[in-house]
Structures are given as C-alpha cells and as structure tokens.
Design a protein around this ligand. Structure first.
Ligand code: HEM
Length: 234
C-alpha cells in the first residue's frame, strides 16, 4: 500500500544559502556572458556596470559559500554523511539511480531512493553535489578573486602561465555551472510531482511516498522529523 509522509529535510540556513547562491550564480552567468561577449550582449547596459555587478554577485556567492561550509561542518556536522557517496553508492547506487532517471521514471516506477533527514540525496545527487560544492565552486571562487586583483598579482599570474590560462579556466568553470544549472533544474522536476523537490527548498518539508509491505509500517525518519502529509507548514 502507498501513502505519503512529510519529512523535514532542509533546515532554514540551507534554504537561505541555496536561494542566495542560486540568484548569485545566475547573475554571475549572465553578467559573465556580457563581459565575455560585450559586442553581442548588453543586458546590464554599460560594460563597467556588468563588471561591477559581476564582482558584487561573486562576493555574495563567496560569503554565502563560506557560511554554507561552516554550517555543514560545524553546526549540522553532516557534510560527510549527506554529501559523500558510500562504496555501495559508487558500485551500484549511481547506476540504479541513472536507470531510474533514464528509463523507469518514464514507466511510472517509484524512485529507488527514499529521502530521510540522514540520507536526503540519492547517489547521483551526492556525487554531483560533492563535485560542485567541494571542487568546482571553490575553484571558480578562487579564480574569480584572483581576477579581481590582476594588477597587484601580475607576478603570480606569470608564474602560473599567464593571465590567459586563468581567464580560460574561469570561463570553462562558468560553462560547467551553466550546464549543471540546466541538468539540476530538470532533475529537480522528476519528483512524484513536478514540484515535490522544490517544496522542501521553500518550507523545509518533503512529501515522501512510502510503500508498505502488506500493512507493515515503513519508517522514513524519526517521529520528530515526520508528520502525515497534507498538514500546513509554517
Ligand atoms: C535557479 C537556480 C536553481 C534552482 C531552481 C535550484 C533548485 C533546487 C532544488 C529544487 C533543490 C532540491 C532538490 C534537490 O536536492 O535536488 C536544490 C537543491 C540543491 N541545489 Fe539547487 N537550484 C538552483 C541553483 C543551484 C546552484 C547554482 C547550485 C550550486 C552551485 C545549487 C546547488 C544545490 C545543492 C547543493 C542542493 C542541495 C541542498 C541541501 O539540501 O543541502 N543549486 N536546488
């Protein structure tokens, strides 16, 4: 038998970080395009205005990233548990999840991953978020900060192979983020309803579909983290 249960998975600090970060990254992508192709894109008017906005959005993303990592490492202390894939995830979980996204989702089969506060990401999400949050985002932030101080750091750039290498790497990283954004938003719509994964990023609660075996209760999380579906959430 199937029924729905509400699970509290996304605490307020993570939600605030996420939307600040998303807004910042989208602004960075658009202003970055204008800076890279000023003859074709003039969304933000003058070239200098685009640079100013790009630097401001970069600062917002850098500060919010620092708060995000501080929160997960020292407050929630769940970075490793939530974001690092297990050996099982790498051996079989990622393939099971990919099979679901590419085929069984379209046949109406249930998601093989069940969300709980201790395991809120499926193996594909873990792998993708780990690379994005612990490799690509720090790299784009560091390369962006270096590019804000071209003149005083000229000697260092020469040592690293010249400014073109840095500009090229920053641009390639930005392309990865743009590609990630499209895939991220598309996959986020593949919940049991198109908005099922968006709601917890708004109010913290995810509606999880639970399938019981012949009347056996399936627990998705501890009692304090769950409540019956359909109740209003503040
Ligand atoms: C307009 C842009 C964006 C939208 C609409 C969006 C949407 C969502 C949604 C619906 C979720 C919850 C479902 C899930 O976990 O997959 C989510 C989670 C997440 N997103 Fe995004 N996202 C956006 C931009 C970004 C960007 C730019 C990044 C990183 C650079 C990002 C990183 C994450 C991470 C790490 C989570 C998991 C957060 C947690 O619960 O710890 N998102 N996003």
């Amino acid at each position: 038998m199937r029924h729905n249960e509400m699970v509290y998975v996304t605490p307020l600090p993570v939600r605030i970080w996420h939307w600040l970060n998303a807004f910042g990254i989208v602004t960075l992508c658009i202003t970055g395009l204008q800076i890279r192709f000023p003859d074709y894109i003039t969304v933000f008017g003058a070239y200098k205005a685009a640079i100013r906005l790009h630097n401001t959005a970069g600062t917002v993303v850098s500060v919010s990233y620092t708060l995000w990592i501080f929160y997960y490492l020292f407050v929630a202390r769940s970075l490793i548990k939530l974001y690092v894939p297990t050996l099982d995830d790498l051996k079989t979980g990622i393939f099971r999840q990919a099979y679901f996204y590419f085929l069984t989702y379209f046949l109406g089969k249930p998601n093989p991953h069940h969300t709980t506060p201790d395991s809120k990401f499926n193996p594909m999400q873990k792998a993708a978020y780990l690379v994005i949050m612990l490799v690509l985002l720090p790299l784009v932030i560091v390369s962006g900060i270096l590019l804000m101080y071209v003149a005083p750091l000229r000697e260092l750039f020469m040592l690293l192979g010249g400014i073109k290498i840095l500009v090229g790497s920053h641009f390639l990283l930005a392309c990865c983020f743009t590609a990630f954004l499209f895939v991220h938003i598309y996959l986020a719509t593949l919940g049991h309803t198109p908005l099922a994964h968006f709601k917890p990023m708004w109010n913290g609660w995810e509606e999880e579909e639970v399938i019981d075996d012949e009347g056996t209760e399936t627990t998705v999380a501890s009692a304090s983290d769950t409540k019956p579906a359909g109740k209003d959430v503040i």
